[in-house]
Every structure is written in structure tokens, then in C-alpha cells.
Design a binder for this molecule. Sequence first.
Ligand SMILES: *Cc1c(COP(=O)(O)O)cnc(C)c1O
Length: 342
Amino acid sequence: MAEDLNLDWANLSFGYRPTDYNVRCTYKNGKWGEIEISSEETITLHIAATALHYGQEAFEGLKAYRCKDGHIRIFRPEENAARLQSTCRGILMPELPTEKFVEMVKKAVLLNERFVPPYESGATLYVRPVLFGTSAQVGVHPASEYLFIIFVTPVGPYFKGGFATNKYVIARDHDRSAPLGTGIYKVGGNYAASLAANKWAHDLGYACEFYLDAKEKKYIDECGAANFFGIKNNTYVTPLSTSILPSITNKSLMQLAEDLGLKVERRPIPEEELETFEEAGACGTAAVISPIAEIDDPEIGKKYVISKDGKPGPVSEKLYKKLIAIQYGEEADIHNWVTIVK
Ligand SMILES: *Cc1c(COP(=O)(O)O)cnc(C)c1O
């Protein structure tokens, strides 16, 4: 049981902490092999592997929740499998079948069950699938061999002091991804491209950097490594863009917004429209919703204050609570989003 470990679950950071096992699967001679269980935290990798030189690498992220009713649940793993397959098509890696992906997620969680934090702590088990080219290549070509690994690590609750807002800063000097580039794929290269902007934003005292579209620098793109949504006139508005990573949290929130009777709009959002939102948030697996207090654009001397009192808005809070309740099995799972692992 989780209690044996005696970890300070509620105060865990979002860092790597070793667990007992990871699960692996190798692609070789044109096919995926058997699922293997490993207690080794390292791999031996060829010095000419395509992952190292040409960024042939992709990852996913989801969480396992220990619930009040004693079950352990995971949220929409088939969506992560489908997104990984889309990424694979994007950077020419072999697609891992959905059934294999989901089976491996369940295995990775169950094998490390003692690391799934207790319900009361608010902490979760973060599940990190990663897939990359392992065979040697010097010319720019896809690898012929790949390794897919899922490891898990317990992480603390995102909001330690309760659901709260943050300030963001528009990074006009940086682009995370190009309009027809890899922004729609969950590849490590997008994160490498964001490190400098992220550091710049943190050094200025902001929670995170905020991106405009790379082509026109006119429309809202992403909120660091999270999708953006705004709320106004009983409408949930989220950007439609070819350089945004399709967030499973955002997709779920759009459905819940509709269920709650809101209108949902997916369309380009010009920067000036920020002025008009009653509420706004960044969404992703890590926080579900991270409400936005203010977005600054120092280069053109503009400030968009979204939350006048610095508190999260009522619609964001309602959506947040509803999604969490589904993830924890406390609300009817009418869309069939949840898989019980145990
Ligand atoms: C992973 C990710 C998200 C969030 O996706 P979720 O499926 O909701 O966790 C958003 N933006 C970027 C760039 C990401 O990499």
C-alpha cells in the first residue's frame, strides 16, 4: 500500500522520483515485440541514434488517480494513444497500437501501485510514455528500430494553496512552433524551442510564457505548454490554429462546457480580444485548469487584466471541479472517459 512508503505525498514536487518498474516495447524488423518489464532506470543507446541527432522522439503524459472508492482510475488513455499515433505519422515513427498502449499504461500503474498517492493527499501518479528512434543513422532519415517506454512517478497536487490564478507574459521574441511545423505533435523538440522563452518569463516573475501565432503575431496560440481558453457571454472560446498541440484536457472541457449549457467556439482569437474575456485559463493534464489573472505584452506596452480581483472565475471553477470529479469517479462518467485500472 501507498502508506508503507511514508512519502510526504502532499508536498511532492513535479520532479522525477524512482519507482519500482517501467514497461518497454521494442520495434524491430518491421514489428512491435512483446511487452517487457524492467526495474532498470537507464538504457543503452547507440551514439548515432536518430533520437539524439535528429530529434526523432515523442512523449505523452497522463495521470493515475487513487479514488475515494478505492479504485485507481486513468483518464482517456485511448486519446493519448491516438495522439501518439498522430505524432508518429508526423515524424515518421511506427505507430503503436492503441490496445498495446493502454495495456502498457495499466501495467506500469499496477506494477507501481504502492507509488499511487493516497486519495486524501491530492497527489497523483504521473504516467510518462516516451517513444524514440534507437538505431544508427548519420544521414537524415528515420530509424529502423524504436523503443517505447512507460515510466511513472508520483507528483504532488498542482494547487498547493488551492485553485488560484497566475500571470502570463507574451513572448514576441520567440515562437514555440511554426504554422506548418511540429506544434501539433507532442515532440521533445517543441519543448527545446520553448526553454529560452520559459526562462525569460520566469526571470521576469511570470508563471509562464504566452505565444502568439508565429506567422502574423496576431492571434493567441498557446499558454506555455498548455492550451488557452477564454469565457465570455456564456461561451467557451479556444483557439483554432495549426501550431497548437491538441490537448485532451481542452477537448474534455469543451464537451463539459457544452454539457453545462455553454456555447463552444473554436476559432482564431486576436490578441485584442483578451480584453473582452470574463475569465480565461490554461489547460492541460498537469493542472487541469490554471486560471489566468493577467496577460502582459511588454513589447507593445499592453496589459490585459482578466481577473479584476485576482481570483478564478465561477465558470472555470465549475469546469475544473466537474472534470476532477469525473477523473476521481465521483461524478457519472457519461462520456465513458475513465478506465478503472484496479
Ligand atoms: C501536452 C501538452 C498540452 C496539454 O495536453 P493534455 O492532453 O491536456 O495534457 C498542451 N500544450 C502542449 C504544447 C503540450 O505539450
